[in-house]
Design a binder for this molecule. Structure first.
Ligand code: ADP
Ligand code: ADP
Ligand code: ZN
Length: 222
């Protein structure tokens, strides 16, 4: 039986960081809409050209563009046993379509991990965030630094800071989260799949909560 997990939460709360751990633990692919967009932009594809302006301004990419991209991704064979969705869905419309897509495969969103933290914490995390240009791995200047400055521990790629992690865009993204994504909490709570995760503590303490929430499902599906 498949296991489909959604990571919900504001920009910088640690969704990608926890998704990496879930992937390693469960052997399911992490599907990050932000990573897919950034890859498309780097390659200069049509999708990338459509998404670029929105991302630079801290706005959401239109639902239809985003949904098409995710539908194509989760139809791939590596997603047959489930996925870890990071950054998708981000609007109620996206959530509805995701439900339909999964239903066609006899699946459903099994659990939504809603990671939340104070705005102060989010801004600190976004400001210190560095990413590997090559493999996408995420670091933090203070809380999770690389071993050799500017170089990825994992693959030797160069680290960079995202353009949309600049202060002005950060604030816009947090506002967009409040307006467009917070309604998903009610949507998933009603379905009985939402779990509140306190994202304020260190990576390990957030991970302990996530593991405790997901473990019963793993046992049930095994
Ligand atoms: P963060 O990890 O900081 O939350 P992401 O990497 O998930 O940011 O997303 C970066 C940007 O990509 C968003 O600000 C938005 O412009 C676009 N994006 C990512 N996921 C979605 C989505 N599900 N719907 C619309 N736009 C998205
Ligand atoms: P998101 O995908 O939600 O935008 P990331 O996983 O990219 O968030 O994390 C944002 C930044 O915060 C990264 O630099 C990451 O290393 C760091 N980080 C993630 N989780 C924690 C945590 N629990 N404590 C401190 N720093 C964290
Ligand atoms: Zn790397």
């Amino acid at each position: 039986m498949a296991l489909d997990i959604v990571l919900l939460g504001p920009p910088g709360v640690g969704k990608g960081t926890q998704a990496e751990r879930l992937e390693a633990w469960l052997g399911l692919p992490q599907v990050s809409s932000g990573d897919l967009f950034r890859e498309a932009i780097a390659k200069g594809t049509r999708l990338g050209r459509k998404a670029e302006g929105y991302i630079d301004r801290g706005e959401l990419v239109p639902d239809q563009v985003t949904i098409d991209m995710i539908a194509e991704r989760i139809a791939k064979p590596d997603c047959a046993k489930g996925v870890i969705l990071d950054g998708f869905p981000r609007t109620v419309e996206q959530a509805r379509i995701l439900d339909e897509l999964l239903a066609k495969m006899g699946r459903r969103v099994d659990i939504v991990l809603d990671i939340e933290a104070s705005e102060e914490t989010l801004l600190e995390r976004l400001t210190g965030r560095w990413l590997c240009r090559q493999c996408g791995r995420v670091y933090h200047r203070l809380s999770n630094p690389e071993q050799v400055r500017g170089i990825c521990d994992e693959c030797g790629g160069r680290l960079y800071q995202r353009e949309d992690d600049r202060p002005k865009t950060q604030r816009r993204r947090l506002q967009v989260y409040q307006d467009r994504t917070v309604p998903l909490q009610a949507y998933y709570r009603r379905k009985g799949v939402l779990v509140d995760i306190d994202g304020e503590g260190d990576v390990e303490s957030v991970w302990r909560q996530i593991k405790a929430a997901v473990e019963p499902l793993v046992a049930q599906k095994a």
